[in-house]
Ligand binder design. Structure first.
Ligand code: TTP
Ligand code: MG
Length: 357
């Protein structure tokens, strides 16, 4: 039996929250991220701003040139986190099979759901309506029989729309699709494919599995499948990591704060590396301290912009450690974790997204 998968993605998420919370921003080009006179980048921007060619990950200075009257606002992560919680709560009212992809995005498998005659289209529509009534934010949805098609479909009628790819329509749908629209094909691969004359799904389908493997390595199998609209990956509610962490227990309790700092730094480098491998960014840093008497505490800091810079992490780790009792108590375990993870599109666009992890 065909599966019924819904992919939901909020529209201009951070910017939409800003426009909702400050009515003066409605209908105007709003750019969330760094100021135009800074070295920061654009996290996202309103659809009004996109008309000027502004997009995520662009240097804010460039955005300022493209749209001098644009309104640049600093991210307010806690507001986005709150809205994110609300939408994920709504998803779970419909099915337990929810796979969150990031703050504003998730896959839902509604195959076994009988509500609304089991119509995934009606369920998606109702979820979007409920999201709007609870958060006053709009979402778009893609509906299909696998994750790849649902994901691509959710972009088709953005913003505030939905699109379905029915069983039997997948190959035609993919055939007409520009390679750059394929989820899992980054800018580098897109350029490589274009240079080989592969511009659409139909072009991709002409290449044999052997040839694709030869050119693209293990990603070749994936391209072979998606060129045919095939994707067997399950929607998995447990697979998605909410945090990444590392910790170590010491053979002998340690007393020296400098030594603790050094351990925490090395643990945080490890975690940062994992984060980069997963092509995610994190908003929250937490340290864990277990004292010699086994009492355990955590201290954390949430940032308005994702942290992926080790220098910043080290200095925050020091601050967090100051908020513990390590000066007077010895320590048997230290840990570092990063949470509030979201995808890192900056890197996704510049390197190959690994879908085989
Ligand atoms: P997206 O869903 O990629 O973008 P979006 O919701 O702003 O716009 P769209 O309507 O096209 O879906 O990302 C969700 C949020 O994640 C986005 O609002 C801001 C944040 N984000 C970053 O901080 N950096 C990035 O590079 C990207 C792509 C997103
Ligand atoms: Mg979105």
């Amino acid at each position: 039996m065909d599966r019924k998968i819904i992919h939901i993605d909020m529209d201009a998420f951070f910017a939409a929250v800003e426009q909702r919370d400050n009515p003066q921003l409605k209908g105007r080009p709003v750019i969330v991220g760094g100021q135009p006179d800074s070295r920061g980048v654009v996290a996202t921007c309103s659809y009004e701003a996109r008309q000027f060619g502004i997009h995520s990950a662009m240097p804010s200075s460039r955005a300022g040139q493209l749209c001098p009257h644009g309104i640049f606002v600093k991210p307010r992560f806690s507001a986005y986190q709150e809205a994110s919680k609300e939408i994920h709560q709504i998803f779970r009212q419909y099915t337990d099979l929810v796979e969150p992809l990031s703050l504003d995005e998730a896959y839902l498998d509604v195959t076994g759901v009988s509500y609304l005659q089991g119509s995934a289209m009606l369920i998606a529509k109702e979820i979007r309506e409920k999201i709007f009534s609870v958060t006053k934010l709009t979402a778009s949805a893609g509906i299909s029989y696998n994750k790849f098609l649902a994901k691509v479909a959710s972009d088709m009628n953005k913003p505030d729309g939905q699109f379905v790819v029915k069983p039997g329509e997948g190959e035609t749908f993919v055939g007409a699709l520009k390679i750059g629209k394929f989820y899992g094909v980054g800018k580098v691969t897109e350029a490589k494919m274009n240079s080989l004359g592969i511009n659409t799904g139909a072009d991709l389908k002409k290449l044999s599995k052997e040839k694709l493997n030869h050119i693209f390595g293990k990603a070749g199998n994936y391209y072979y499948s998606i060129a045919r609209g095939i994707d067997h990956r399950p929607v998995s509610s447990s697979r998605v990591r909410k945090s990444l962490g590392a910790e170590s227990t010491f053979q002998q309790d340690i007393k020296d704060v400098k030594e603790m700092q050094a351990y925490l730094q090395s643990l945080s480098s490890k975690v940062l590396e994992q984060l980069k491998k997963k092509q995610m960014v994190a908003y929250t840093l937490t340290i864990k301290v277990k004292y010699a008497d086994f009492n355990q505490i955590t201290r954390s800091k949430t940032f308005d912009e994702p942290v992926d810079d080790s220098v910043l992490l080290y200095s925050v780790i020091k601050d967090l450690l100051d908020k513990t009792e390590v000066l007077t108590r010895s320590v048997r375990l230290l840990g570092v974790s990063l949470s509030n993870l979201t995808k890192d599109n900056v890197r996704q666009h510049s390197t190959q997204l690994d879908l085989f992890d």
